[in-house]
Design a protein around this ligand. Sequence first.
Ligand SMILES: Cc1cc2nc3c(=O)[nH]c(=O)nc-3n(C[C@H](O)[C@H](O)[C@H](O)COP(=O)(O)OP(=O)(O)OC[C@H]3O[C@@H](n4cnc5c(N)ncnc54)[C@H](O)[C@@H]3O)c2cc1C
Length: 416
Amino acid sequence: MSKSIIVIGGGAIGLCCAYYLVRAGHRVTVLERGGPHHDCCSLGNAGMVVPSHFEPLAAPGMVGYGMRMMLRKNGPFGFKPSLNADLVRWGWLFARSSTAANVERGSRLLRDLNMASRTLYQEMAEASDDAFGLEECGLVMLCATQKGFDAESKLADHARSLDLKVRVLDRGEVEDLEPTTRLKAAGAVHFLDDCHLNPVALVHWLQEETKRLGVEHVFSSAVTGAKVENGKVKALQTSTGDVAADEYVLAAGAWSGQLAKRLGFRMPMQGGKGYSSDLPVSVPPKHCFILVEARIAVTPIGDRLRFAGTMEIVGDDLSVNLRKHQGILNSIPSYMPDFAPEDFSELGVWSGLRPCSADGLPYLGRPSHLSNLIVATGHSMMGVSMAPVSGKLVANLVGEEKLEFEIGVLKPDRFS
Ligand SMILES: Cc1cc2nc3c(=O)[nH]c(=O)nc-3n(C[C@H](O)[C@H](O)[C@H](O)COP(=O)(O)OP(=O)(O)OC[C@H]3O[C@@H](n4cnc5c(N)ncnc54)[C@H](O)[C@@H]3O)c2cc1C
């Protein structure tokens, strides 16, 4: 049965929801508070599709590691100290979730969702005549230190036990990997199932394709609240008036936690701020990389190399911390000696907020008390990677179809 659906948020997640919903025969409207050329986290990210990221962010040792890194003013992690109750509760829940049981519970599901997304991206690339430059040559985790290499090799063993394809490379094999870009490392792990794409081209294609399929895009319309009656959303209140539909999808990225509160449930969310800069290069490398100890992602996008990194837990503060960004730049030559921090001095710095849940798992599904709302958010550092599968699952939920995956652990009100 064809339903009217309003999707809140025009980032990669909201657009993928719209894409699969309209293809399933529904009448879809996307409400976006920004204009047609608005910025969002889905644009300046590193564009990696990452079955390799099967361990949730909330894992044993993560809290201690994050604390140590935070003491380094230009380190890759940060936390804006505040007595804000949402931040304090999020931090407490994150610490409580950083257990082996959380990793065990999440790993297979994250692998499956990322692998399913990979397949859906292959289909989209074919349907779009490769509109967003999907490259299927894996992700190389470059380790500057033996300690980093040992830890990454352990992760490779875990990945193999989950049937992911992995190669461990020694120093010489790393040096031979790219014909035109010099690489320096104690060793590397090559996750062969991973891919990369151009995130700006992806968002642009999704906007155009959904429009072509009949989705209505309403820009400059911010959802401010909702009328809820008898366990149903009756209407959304927006900056441009009230709007109503049969079903609603909450996909407003890092701001979804605030909207959840207005819809009557708690969904702890923090923005995990990251930065990126694009460096023009004459011959880009073929692979995408993560510079492991520095936590920097490097992605070839056309004739540029995108360097992206830092994770500062900041609520919704998008200001640029230049010291943190300089930390990214200073680490690059230890892995890629062809590049120096000065190469970036004339380049702009983009900042974006990853929607971070309190246990590193997305919020996906229906909250218990609202029968016509579906949530799709909280993907943290994997929102591009998991956008297609999230969109498809949302369409399956609307159609009351059997789901390919058991997603009970992703329930959006699991912390209520
Ligand atoms: C530096 C960096 C590198 C990253 N690299 C990768 C990567 O390699 N691979 C990967 O998978 N992920 C990566 N990510 C994470 C990824 O970018 C995010 O997970 C993803 O973009 C989140 O998408 P989204 O649609 O949920 O949120 P967004 O892209 O933020 O979109 C949410 C939209 O909702 C709108 N909105 C908010 N509130 C309202 C409201 N009240 N009413 C109407 N509209 C509203 C916003 O304007 C926005 O357009 C990276 C992130 C960063 C910062």
